[in-house]
Structure formats: structure tokens, C-alpha cells
Design a binder for this molecule. Structure first.
Ligand SMILES: [Zn+2]
Length: 310
């Protein structure tokens, strides 16, 4: 077991307390199938080193893409073996190079283990969070009341160019906490009408400024017809033009990192980690295309394995 705090490695038989720094391990590698070290690394990546808020889905997607260092080291050593064999004249140089390059490419694409199920990761996550706090994790929607400086009348004067309707309440928190709504110059509300303090003002705002753009953003399995109907009700206008930026049903094909998920599983808006989400949506809003297509146009089909965390 490797200690996330001091990087000291110790054997499981020496107990769940780091002998070096007294860190208390939470995840027993024998029973949890994971480790404190891996959890700590994933938290660092998904929170952009403790500067961004994230949901469990975002954590999960990074976790599922995490490639342990061991397999990389082994494959790197394997490539050295090929070079050494060739240098010693035991195999042809051509074979040595093919072997070395082959193991290198394999190392970059290799997923060391099958995709862990969401429920197993959630169990470990809950235990890890109970011990470590995880202040940047967004658990449930918490924007029920308006901020102190909120003024409906000045909303439009703040350069608001659009209204983004999202299918899940928690996305509102995710966007506002990470200031993604500012990047999009938009107000973010959920199709449920959450947060309540916004729904009446936006209907008035839309009536006064009918040129404001209206977007919808959703997971790949959301009923978009129902969502459109709800938006029309909230804006009190049955003719409103709604630009769909949501994950398309083909999102799994369009974004390589999602291909590993089961066919019938949805692709969630919050599978993209905070900075990637912001960049992708900024582009989607500008071009008016689905976010998986926007992602593809920015990052291409295949990103490097580090970026492939999503
Ligand atoms: Zn330690």
C-alpha cells in the first residue's frame, strides 16, 4: 500500500496506519479493489489540483480512465529488453525496434483492468469521503436560495447572452461553483425549475429580450422532446427557438474515452471534467452544435493518455 501523503510503501500486514507519517488508510486493497493512493490521485486530477468543484460522475470517469503507474513501468522495461536483445545481437534490430515501439504504444493505450462498476466505485468513494472530507465534491443541489448580491433586474445588464437549460439540477451547482456560466455568458437553470429564485425572472427577461439565445444541455439518454416542452412552459412562450447542445445519442462513438462504457449506458454531461466541460461548452455555444461534436472538433478523436481522463 502506497501512502498518498508521504508516498511511503508498506505491506498490508503492517496495518492500516502509515508507519512513516501516521496517515490512516481508508481503503483496504484486499477488499476494496482500490487504494487511497489511487483515490487521492484521481481527486487531484478531477479537482484540477483543488481548484474546481466536481460531481461523482466526473470523479468516476477519471477513475475509470486512471492507468496505474505499474503497468506503464512494466511495459517501458519490456521495450528496454527488446533494445537490449537487439544490441546483444540475440534478435535482429528490426525486430528489436518493432518490439520496443510496440510495447510503448501498448503502454499508452492499455487500460490495466476492466471498467469498475459505478456502484463499487461509489462505495469506496463514500468511505474515502467520510474520512477525507473532499470539500470540492458536489453531493446534491444546494442553490435553493438566492445569493445575497442577486438582483433579477440587473441579470440582463451583466452581458447575459443566453439561457442554458440543463436536465439535472446538480449541473446548475457545477456550473455556478466553477463559474462556467460566466464563460458561457449565460444564466443556467434546470428543466425542473431549479433554482426557484431564477425561473420567474428569466421568463420576464425573455419576454423583454426575445433575442436572447435559449440552449438546452442534457445527457445522451434524456427525453429531449419533453425537455423542450418544459422549457417552453418556463419561458411562457410556445414558439421559442431552442438550440440543442446536449450529448447526442452517438456521443459514445464521437468521444473515444466513452467507448469503454456499456452500449446501453448513457453518456453524461458531467463525464467531462470541469476545465474540459467549460472549453467544450464554450465552443458548443459559439457554433450551436452538440457537445460531443464540439469536443471532437477541439480535441479530435484521440487525445494523449493523460488528457484522456476526459
Ligand atoms: Zn505516509
Amino acid at each position: 500500500m502506497k501512502c498518498p501523503k508521504c508516498e511511503n510503501s508498506q505491506k498490508y500486514i503492517y496495518g492500516m496506519t502509515c508507519l512513516n507519517c501516521k496517515y490512516e488508510f481508508v481503503l483496504n486493497p484486499k477488499t476494496s479493489g482500490s487504494s487511497d493512493y489511487r483515490f487521492n490521485k484521481v481527486v487531484q486530477v478531477v479537482s484540477e489540483e483543488g481548484t474546481k468543484y466536481y460531481t461523482f460522475n466526473q470523479f468516476y470517469n477519471v477513475y475509470a480512465n486512471y492507468k496505474g503507474p505499474l503497468v506503464m513501468i512494466l511495459l517501458f522495461l519490456l521495450s528496454l529488453v527488446f533494445v537490449a536483445l537487439a544490441a546483444a545481437g540475440i534478435i535482429e534490430w528490426s525486430l528489436g525496434i518493432v518490439g520496443a515501439v510496440g510495447s510503448g504504444i501498448f503502454a499508452l493505450t492499455k487500460t490495466p483492468e476492466p471498467i469498475p462498476t459505478k456502484s463499487s466505485v461509489l462505495n469506496n468513494f463514500t468511505a474515502y469521503k467520510a474520512a477525507n472530507g473532499l470539500p470540492f465534491h458536489l453531493d446534491k443541489p444546494q442553490m435553493q436560495t438566492a445569493p445575497n448580491d442577486f438582483s433579477a433586474a440587473t441579470m440582463i445588464e451583466h452581458g447575459t447572452e443566453g439561457i442554458v437549460f440543463v436536465d439535472q439540477d446538480i449541473y446548475v451547482d457545477l456550473f455556478i461553483k466553477n463559474k462556467i456560466h460566466q464563460d458561457l455568458k449565460s444564466i443556467v437553470v434546470a428543466q425542473s425549475g431549479y433554482p426557484k429564485y431564477l425561473t420567474i425572472p428569466i421568463a420576464e427577461m425573455y419576454e423583454k429580450h426575445p433575442n436572447i439565445k435559449v440552449y438546452m444541455l442534457h445527457d445522451s439518454n434524456t427525453d429531449t422532446h419533453k425537455m423542450r416542452e418544459k422549457i417552453k412552459v418556463w419561458l411562457n412562450n410556445s414558439n421559442v427557438e431552442i438550440i440543442d447542445l446536449g450529448m447526442s445519442p452517438d456521443a459514445k462513438t464521437n468521444i473515444k474515452v466513452f467507448k469503454k462504457y456499456k452500449k446501453d449506458e448513457a453518456v453524461y454531461v458531467d463525464y467531462l471534467r470541469p476545465n474540459t466541460l467549460s472549453e467544450t461548452l464554450t465552443s458548443a455555444v459559439m457554433t450551436g452544435i452538440a457537445m460531443d461534436l464540439a469536443y471532437q472538433s477541439i480535441y479530435g478523436q484521440s487525445r494523449g493518455f493523460i488528457d484522456d481522463f476526459g
